[in-house]
Write a protein that binds this ligand. Structure first.
Ligand code: UDP
Length: 327
């Protein structure tokens, strides 16, 4: 029997890359997206249904019509800064929305859920690297809503016939290695696309938020994971659940951290364009360093990043900003 998966938020950045890989693996992605931040033109690998996860009745209709074997749940609001200014939006879309989706799954008998969680659920960890046993103490509403959703999944799994994998992404970046999909956020706030915009002259300069952190070069350190690797982790998580694997939450990172200055150096080397920068004060809520202990995803799913070296990240992302890459 051919598999089919409902992909909420499948018109978004990570969702669309995952939908493409599902199709390649012989699994039909049925994309469900309200297009507030998603992009219709990124839905090219299966049916598209425009809808909101808060609309439980519509979700049930769509599930009954398409009979998916599982749900991959990307649909969410995902700007940390906005979540501080407008927490209602985040509790509504991320908490109520996830509850609505889980109830639709329950009513229709969909018993496998793969959830987009975040390293933002850890807050500012006392110890690095961050493994999955690190206490989750988010410091902004975005991270809190992702943590509540993780708890809902665990409680539903304990009480009802539901199995899940929560995937805690570190810093998603890069673009489809075949050039079919890129990264687009509006507004764009993430480091690598902002730096590429500056290198391409589309913005006057990159603002670097803080040069006085207690890190080797004073700039923040993050664990950058390529979106194509994230996509493959979702397929592996589905296979894990399909063969009866247990409920689990897993970090998706490389286990290595890079500073902002290291990222900018790689962009200069690969594109031949220096990134013009200005230094600014620290951004509120930024921990100095975050990187994963990536071992559990490897042991549980066989997940190994293939595209997540900085050079490949920059090579795949740069063309979407009109930058050529050196061979
Ligand atoms: N950053 C920066 N300038 C920007 C965007 C980001 O200096 O225009 C820094 C940010 O302060 C953080 C790192 O780059 O230290 C990664 O930020 P991003 O927003 O990409 O991801 P986050 O780690 O916040 O999820």
């Amino acid at each position: 029997v051919a598999s089919r998966i409902l992909v909420t938020g499948g018109a978004g950045y990570i969702g669309s890359h995952t939908a493409k890989l599902l199709r390649l693996e012989g699994i039909e992605p049925v994309v469900y997206d309200n297009l507030t931040t998603g992009n219709r033109s990124a839905v090219r690998w299966g049916p598209f249904v425009q809808g909101d996860i808060l609309d439980g009745r519509h979700l049930i209709e769509v599930i009954e019509a398409h009979q998916p074997d599982a749900v991959i749940h990307f649909a969410a609001s995902a700007y940390v800064g906005e979540s501080v200014a407008d927490p209602a939006k985040y509790y509504n879309n991320n908490v109520r929305g996830t509850l609505s989706l889980l109830d639709a799954c329950r009513q229709t008998g969909v018993d496998k859920v793969i959830f987009s969680s975040s390293c933002a659920t850890y807050g500012v960890p006392a110890v690095l690297p961050i493994d999955e046993a690190t206490p989750q103490a988010p410091i902004n509403p975005y991270g809190k809503t992702k943590l509540v959703a993780e708890h809902m999944l665990a409680d539903y799994a304990a009480a009802f016939a539901l199995n899940y994998v929560s995937l805690r992404y570190f810093n998603a970046c890069g673009a489809d290695p075949e050039g079919d999909l890129g990264e687009w956020h509006d507004p764009e706030t993430h480091l690598i696309p902002r730096a590429l915009m500056a290198a391409a002259g589309r913005i006057p300069h990159l603002e670097i938020f803080g040069e006085d952190y207690d890190t080797p070069d004073g700039t923040c350190v993050r664990d950058y994971i390529h979106v194509a690797d994230l996509a493959s982790a979702h397929v592996l998580a589905y296979r894990h659940l399909a063969k009866g694997g247990g409920n689990v939450a897993l970090n998706l990172g490389t286990g290595r951290g890079f500073s902002i200055k290291e990222v900018l150096r790689t962009i200069g080397e690969i594109t031949g364009h220096d990134v013009p920068v200005v230094f600014r004060r620290r951004r509120a809520g930024d921990p100095p360093a975050l990187y994963a202990d990536a071992g559990l995803a490897c042991r549980t799913l066989g997940f190994l990043p293939r595209y997540s070296d900085l050079e490949t990240i920059v090579r795949t992302a740069a063309p979407f900003f009109g930058l050529e890459v050196r061979s």
